[in-house]
Design a protein around this ligand. Structure first.
Ligand SMILES: C[S@@+](CC[C@H](N)C(=O)[O-])C[C@H]1O[C@@H](n2cnc3c(N)ncnc32)[C@H](O)[C@@H]1O
Length: 177
């Protein structure tokens, strides 16, 4: 019996070590995965008037916290696309441990997915990724979709800007299409 417990402990520690190591390695070779701080997420979500059952997509969902907060606070359905499989695993585990339902995370390139049913879209992406996202939303987005761009303004949407939450270096920009 003691031997069984020893091996289970050993396996858990070994798996956690592999997971931690992979997160570090992927952090260096994959796209940067900086998470939006909780306080900023709460402020941003408060501005987009998410109703219960609204459908929110996070483009590059990182550790999944944006969707988890949106579900807990507003009851919104969430779908996150994330290219880093380890972050997808972590997001699912995190949601499970926190008991958050109605959010899903898919290990997919967001550019190849359908966003047409989203009531709101959240993104915290480097400026070089933004033009492709803008084009796709303009072509396929639902009329009236709310778009949150964390940290980086969308220059071509100046006339669609509903709200800016100014901060020293981490402002939030909210647009309505
Ligand atoms: C700055 S993080 C933001 C994470 C989360 N949205 C947040 O605000 O906390 C950007 C995330 O986008 C992911 N990403 C970048 N390009 C992607 C793509 N084409 N498809 C899916 N995910 C992508 C990265 O792996 C990274 O986790």
């Amino acid at each position: 019996m003691n031997m069984v417990i020893f091996w289970i402990d050993y396996l858990i520690v070994f798996s956690l070590a592999i997971l931690a190591w992979s997160l570090i390695i992927f952090g260096f070779i994959g796209p940067p995965a900086v998470a939006t701080p909780r306080k900023i997420i709460l402020q941003a979500l408060a501005e987009i008037s998410l109703t219960k059952d609204a459908f929110l997509i996070d483009l590059g969902s990182g550790d999944g916290r944006v969707l988890a907060i949106a579900q807990k606070q507003y009851g919104a359905f969430g779908l996150g696309y994330e290219i880093n499989p380890l972050l997808v695993l972590w997001s699912r585990l995190r949601a499970l441990l926190l008991g958050v339902k109605n959010i899903k995370f898919k290990n997919k390139n967001y550019l190849k997915q359908d966003w047409s049913k989203a009531d709101a879209i959240y993104m915290y992406l480097l400026p070089k990724y933004i033009p492709a996202v803008v084009k796709k939303i303009e072509n396929e987005g639902k009329k009236g979709v709310m778009v949150v761009s964390q940290r980086f303004a969308i220059e071509t949407w100046e006339n669609k800007l509903m709200e800016e939450i100014p901060r020293k270096s981490n402002s939030t920009f909210i647009y309505k299409l």
